[in-house]
Design a protein around this ligand. Structure first.
Ligand code: NAP
Ligand code: G4F
Length: 329
């Protein structure tokens, strides 16, 4: 039975990836942070795998800030695959806590890569790094590919760039099977509530239900390449099943403004967003990423991966899920 370790298992992607790996018969281990309240809603439905004779899911306390716990865990578990998904993942927040973001999102990758070497599992393990289209920032080419130069526009993107290059560096220095997935925005009903898509779909559902009147947003002119998270975790897994480690873009090759997302989301519940959306300049960023659109040709050719869900279908399924969550059970 193959064994995988996921950092960030309680997050959007971690939960879908855990599901996928359990379906594929893996033994799955996840690192969770201690918090004052239990924070496992996204993986609660996997509890059946945590108990009984067929136990295949283990959660371990740990933190990307704590090197020793990482070395100990890797040494004890000897995983076949590691997916490093943990991060302070919010771009706007990274301007408020740049040092913390650099420590977890950037140096955190150094800690886990070094733990791979120190624990002696470097020869057999396969490592996935959750890199980001934010690294393209002020884009130097349209669409963006694996060879497009990076131009980060936030502390988050700078930290991700560090983690990306560390992944390449450890691959070249230690012959590690290490892949960097440069993923464009991917969303789902499990997306964190403070990211723009989910903020919009929750608001559309609540306004329709009469529970909320207005929605405050910042810059709604930026363009994003939005795909469906459930499909993107399949791409992560495929990267680690190749003969050689490499870096891949996962994207939809479509871009849309937030205004367009608003059209679909509010349209789904028969509302006009112009009647509800208000501008709040506190939601603007010191530097913005205006346009992202990814070319996934390499992933398609080498991994046989392609996205099935585009922005319209994605926005609709998210609104439907948020409406359903408001109905009495
Ligand atoms: P997410 O929902 O914000 O999940 C982040 C995960 O990291 C959570 O499980 C969180 O734990 C964990 N975490 C945060 N700080 C940690 C620490 N110090 N030690 C251990 N764990 C920590 O993010 P996501 O959307 O699933 O994204 C997964 C990864 O892909 C992230 O690295 C993100 O930056 C990257 N990425 C995301 C996208 C996207 O569009 N979603 C695109 C490109 C790259 P808690 O639950 O305890 O907070
Ligand atoms: O939803 P967002 O916060 O996502 P952003 O900044 O693109 O970052 C996400 O995708 C990255 C991949 O490119 C990931 F690496 C990263 O971890 C994260 O998952 O913002 C999208 C756009 C921005 O232009 C922002 O300025 O929406 C704009 N926006 C307008 N009003 C808002 C809001 N964003 C948020 N979060 N909240 C608003 O009220």
């Amino acid at each position: 039975m193959r064994k995988a370790l996921i950092t960030g298992i309680t997050g959007q992607d971690g939960s879908y990836l855990a599901e996928l790996l359990l379906e594929k018969g893996y033994e799955v281990h996840g690192i969770v942070r201690r918090s004052s309240s239990i924070n496992r809603a996204r993986i609660d439905h996997l509890q059946a795998f945590e108990h009984g004779e067929n136990k295949r899911l283990w959660l371990h306390y740990g933190d990307l800030a704590d090197s020793v716990s990482l070395v100990k865990l890797l040494y004890q578990l000897q995983p076949d695959e590691i997916y490093n998904l943990a991060a302070q993942s919010h771009v706007r927040v990274s301007f408020d806590i740049p040092e913390y973001t650099a420590d977890i999102t950037g140096v955190g990758a150094a800690r886990i890569l070094e733990a791979v070497i120190e624990s002696g599992i470097g020869k057999k393990v396969r490592y996935y790094q959750a890199s980001s289209s934010e690294m393209f920032g002020k884009v130097q080419a349209v669409p963006q590919t694996e060879t497009t130069p990076f131009y980060p526009r936030s502390p988050y993107a700078c930290a991700k760039l560090m983690a990306h290059w560390l992944t390449v560096n450890y691959r070249e220095s230690y012959n590690l099977f290490a892949c960097s997935g440069i993923l464009f925005n991917h969303e789902s009903p499990r997306r964190g509530e403070s990211f723009v898509t989910r903020k919009i779909t929750i608001a559309a559902a609540r306004i329709k239900a009469g529970l909320q009147k207005d929605l405050f947003l910042g810059n709604i002119d930026s363009k994003r390449d939005w795909g469906y998270a459930k499909e993107y975790v399949e791409g992560m897994w495929r990267m680690l099943q190749q003969d050689e480690p490499d870096d891949y873009v996962l994207a939809t090759n479509e871009t849309h403004t937030i205004r367009e997302f608003l059209d679909v989301a509010f349209g789904r519940v028969g509302l006009d967003w112009h009647d509800h959306v208000k501008f709040d300049d506190r939601l603007l960023r010191p530097a913005e990423v205006d346009l992202l659109i990814g070319d996934y040709a390499k992933a398609q050719a080498k991994l046989g991966w392609e996205p099935a869900t585009r922005m319209k279908g994605l926005a609709e399924l998210m609104v439907d899920a948020d409406c359903a969550a408001l109905r009495p059970q």
